[in-house]
Design a protein around this ligand. Structure first.
Ligand code: IPE
Ligand code: IPE
Ligand code: MG
Length: 261
């Protein structure tokens, strides 16, 4: 009896999800969604579990949200997984986090291939542990010919250092006589950022109730729509994603002009 009830409930939820996804056909779907996946530690604490258990649950949720984003036709999904400031955390937590890409990418790879999803990464690859680098490089290589959604991990990513690096590259080129001061433009800065191959995010989501950017895509988010929720990342499900997208669809993006007025 209990099983039947549980089955009915989840069946109803699934049908609702299907309907919500079908309703989205023909609507404007953000081309690029960026998510600051926050709240894993608090999710675990609420359950008297160690913080790393929250990170593991958060990793499982990445699968769910990747599938959902892909189903609604998102072209790029950027997930903030580890910031340049997260090295300040206890060694044991950092080591655990650095194992997650390996576990995630190995177990999810067959499905990524089936879904035609390409893995990409932004952030400082060189200072990641070798096993983490190997896992990411392998997944990027194996999915490089996939032409569907780009699943882009921000790993050891910091926006300020990304901007500094773009400026350094431009100054170097100027010194080498490859470009002039006038060649340093918004476009040339954008093309020297790690996100150069992606469109700018249309929608930024941050979970867990924090209303800040924490050094994430400061340049790229200039005209992005923001959506904040108190939901902790491991609890952020397909319906939460659709709530954010539905809200995005009601926004009037003016870019400083008077469009839609
Ligand atoms: C987000 O969850 C994951 C990372 C930053 C790596 P947190 O670990 O920041 O979780 P809270 O914010 O402490 O709850
Ligand atoms: C931002 O979350 C980084 C990631 C989600 C990877 P943090 O939990 O590190 O951010 P702060 O410290 O609360 O600003
Ligand atoms: Mg946090």
């Amino acid at each position: 009896m209990l099983n039947k009830l549980v089955w009915r409930k989840s069946d109803k939820q699934n049908r609702n999800l299907q309907e919500r996804i079908s309703d989205m056909t023909g609507e404007i779907v953000p081309k690029h969604i960026a998510i600051i996946m926050d709240g894993n530690g608090r999710w675990a604490k609420k359950r008297a579990m160690p913080r790393v258990a929250g990170h593991h649950e958060g990793m499982k949720n990445v699968r769910k949200i990747t599938r959902a984003a892909n189903r609604i036709g998102v072209q790029a999904l950027t997930l903030y997984a580890f910031s340049t400031e997260n090295w300040k955390r206890p060694k044991m937590e950092v080591e655990f986090l650095m194992r997650l890409p390996e576990e995630f990418l190995t177990s999810f790879l067959p499905e990524l291939m089936e879904l035609n999803i390409r893995i990409a990464m932004i952030g400082e690859m060189d200072s990641l542990p070798e096993h983490t680098q190997n896992a990411v490089k392998k997944a990027m290589k194996e999915t490089e010919k996939n032409t569907g959604m780009v699943l882009n991990f921000a790993l050891n990513y910091g926006s300020r250092s990304e901007i500094v690096s773009a400026v350094q590259q431009l100054v170097q080129k100027a010194q080498d006589g490859e470009l002039t001061v006038e060649d340093i433009t918004e476009d040339s800065i954008s093309t020297h950022l790690m996100t150069s191959e992606l469109p700018e995010p249309d929608l930024l989501i941050r979970t867990s109730g924090e209303i800040r950017l924490s050094n994430f895509m400061l340049w790229q988010l200039a005209y992005t729509e923001f959506w904040f929720t108190d939901t902790l990342w491991p609890d952020f499900d397909e319906h939460s994603l659709l709530d954010a997208v539905n809200d995005y669809q009601k926004r009037n993006r003016r870019y400083g002009g008077l469009k839609g007025e």
